[in-house]
Design a binder for this molecule. Structure first.
Ligand code: MIG
Length: 641
């Protein structure tokens, strides 16, 4: 059952396409204070709080405070409160009841989940203008009730984005591939190594001066020809698109946007100017349907060149500085000259530059024209990435049809899941981030983001071979399977590591699993269900499973329990029922071991991958190919659980 409540004068986020009628009477389950400035409830000892999409910490969100305010954040530590996305859906559940809570609020919202008081959940929207949805289930079985609540919620927010098959293949990315030669070298090296490959990603370096929808003609002299040559080899090029449009006379995207009033404005009604990679930029006003249509149609330049995949970046939107604020800071700094500075003055001096990026005052000085309604950006901040991606997604649906174009975004809000997937942003080469990448998956799924994944091996800092192996193995079932790295970090294309055959075996195994992954993904999508789920969505009466943070159900037939710690040669696994362990060394070299319900220590060498098949279920296994186009989805072996 779904209940809907209105507070204040909410901006329509369009997260929910067909809204049910507003419910009469007082809000149940939550105590509401001051007309919605706070919603709270007492958590019992056995309550688990799932959800909140892409956030830090475990699957159970209890014990921390999270702030939905999309942020280009580059550390992702345990104490980080805001990441790139806001997916304000929670599932509060224990053995007796499950409650889904969706706070549909486009501005800042604080989720205090046992931070101030350990047994209290408190939700505080910065401004009490929002819609609240409460979702419950009549199912008695706790696992069925959890699945049911998510199912009802997912039906409410609409079908998830469907990517093309190649989106499930292996992708190589790196910030710093500059030219046809760089890309070709990657393709050749993988081919020589015998590792399947479906995509090579182009980061900002492919553009001319970081201008969206342009290609550097010196380094890519015949882009359409190059795209088609790569496609003949089964490799899709996937370019990045940034949110900011470079301000440059004569650059037609900028000129058109300026002329037609398609850009976000400042308080004086002038085009709001910020600086990001291209230098000074304007932001497309993606809350205006005209501007959105226009921005979406810009992708045609690349579609016409044969491109069929994109990743949208910097769309929180991220701001390095605004010229006004920078100039003011420079003037302020100059004022310190010749003065006797104390430590406090030094701190202020340092902050002059340190607070320029993503400054909240700049977001307060941005204004949208939401089809006739002027709105301050800060109040609808969390909708920017959603609508930038929606601009592209709506265009692709019209121009290419469903399931044709790969699209994922860094920033998001619920609703965007209908148009594209997400990647989890700039993680690090930390083992804790490997674990986090798995823990984020079920929460993303609940919010509709089925197509997602992390930068395998870690984006920032130098990676290590063992981390790379474990990451590829832990992500075997993750829809987006992409190796990405930051500029200047250790090179980590798989052919650069000594144990080439181990990597070859892992990626081939991934391809052998694609028939299962794809079928289960489709099913989850078509049924508005989860693809990755916590164990408690299947084993509801088992007290132990509520505490499991590092094992997941992947589809309906298997459980995964990857090794996510360094120098471990195995791990403890809890089986909520009898299962069959498949220990893969390659897609054709594996053992199956029946294991009884309970605790087990299982070894897992660096070149192995473990999959647990549920009792009575079957894991179909295909034969790997050079890419997904060459996969024979009908040629399957069945491993029985
Ligand atoms: O300020 O385009 O998250 O994947 O490689 C960094 C360069 C901008 C951030 C993205 C990352 C990408 C990088 N971008």
């Amino acid at each position: 059952m779904i209940l809907r409540y209105l507070f204040g004068h909410p901006f329509d986020t369009e997260a929910v396409p067909n809204k049910p009628a507003v419910s009469d009477g007082p809000v149940p389950y939550l105590s509401v204070e001051n007309d919605g400035s706070s919603l709270s409830m007492t958590l019992s000892d056995d309550d688990v709080v799932y959800g909140l999409g892409e956030t830090v910490r475990g699957m159970n969100k209890r014990g921390w405070i999270y702030v939905s305010y999309n942020t280009d954040e580059f550390l992702h530590t345990e104490t980080t409160k805001s990441l790139y996305a806001s997916q304000n859906f929670l599932l509060v559940t224990n053995g007796l009841r499950s409650l889904g809570i969706f706070v549909d609020c486009p501005g800042e919202v604080t989720f205090d989940i046992g931070y101030t008081k350990m047994d209290r959940l408190c939700i505080r929207p910065a401004k009490p203008d929002f819609e609240l949805y409460l979702v419950t289930s009549a199912k008695m079985d706790p696992a069925a009730a959890r699945r049911d609540v998510v199912h009802h919620f997912r039906r409410l927010i609409g079908k998830s984005y469907l990517p093309p098959l190649f989106a499930f293949g292996y992708g190589q990315s790196r910030w710093g591939y500059k030219s046809e030669d760089d890309v070709e070298e990657v393709a050749d090296s993988y081919e020589r190594m015998g590792v399947p490959l479906d995509a090579i990603y182009l980061d900002i370096d492919y553009m001319d001066h970081f201008k969206d929808f342009t290609v550097n003609e010196e380094t890519f002299p015949d882009f359409p020809g190059f795209v088609s040559r790569m496609k003949d080899r089964g490799i899709h090029l996937v370019p990045i698109i940034d949110a900011g449009i470079r301000k440059e006379e004569g650059y037609c995207v900028y000129e058109e946007g300026k002329k037609n009033g398609y850009f976000v404005k400042d308080k004086d009604g002038k085009d709001f100017t910020a600086a990001v990679w291209p230098g000074e930029v304007c932001f497309p006003d993606v809350l205006s349907s005209r501007a959105r249509q226009w921005f979406g149609s810009q992708y045609d330049v690349l579609l016409d060149a044969g491109i069929d995949g994109f990743w949208n970046d910097m769309n929180e939107p991220s701001i390095f500085y605004t010229p006004e604020r920078l100039n003011q800071a420079i003037r302020n700094v100059a004022g310190y000259e010749g003065k006797d500075l104390d430590v406090n003055a030094f701190m202020r001096l340092r902050d002059e530059m340190g607070t320029l990026s993503n400054n909240r005052e700049d977001y307060r000085n941005m204004f949208h024209d939401a089809d006739g309604t002027k709105v301050c950006h800060d109040d609808v901040h969390n909708l920017f990435g959603f609508n930038m991606t929606r601009a592209a997604g709506e265009h692709f649906l019209k121009a290419c049809g469903e399931g044709k174009v790969l699209l994922f975004s860094r920033s998001s809000y619920i609703g965007m899941h209908r148009y594209g997937g997400v990647w989890t942003g700039d993680n690090r080469t930390w083992w804790s981030h490997l674990k986090l990448s798995l823990q984020q998956q079920p929460a993303l799924n609940m919010a509709g983001f089925l197509y997602s994944g992390s930068d395998m091996g870690g984006f920032m800092d130098d990676t290590t071979e063992d981390l790379m192996l474990r990451w590829l193995s832990a992500s075997l079932f993750t829809p987006l399977y992409r190796n990405h790295a930051a500029l200047g970090t250790r090179q980590k294309e798989l052919y650069r590591f000594p144990h080439r055959s181990w990597f070859e075996n892992l990626v081939q195994l991934r391809y052998a699993l694609i028939p299962y992954i794809y079928a289960q993904f489709r099913k989850a999508r078509d049924d508005d269900a989860m693809y990755f789920a916590p164990l408690s969505f299947f084993y509801g009466n088992d007290e132990r499973v509520m505490q499991i943070e590092d094992q997941l159900m992947a589809g309906e037939d298997v459980m995964i329990a990857p090794v996510v710690e360094q120098n471990k040669k195995g791990r403890m696994v809890y089986l909520p029922e009898d299962m069959t362990l498949v220990r893969f060394r390659s897609f054709e070299d594996y053992d199956t071991v029946p294991l009884a319900k309970g605790d087990h220590y299982v070894s897992c060498a660096l070149n192995e991958a473990l999959v647990f098949i549920r009792k009575g279920h079957v894991l179909p296994l295909g034969v790997p190919a050079a890419n997904t186009a060459e996969l024979d989805l009908g040629n399957l072996t069945q491993i029985r659980g």
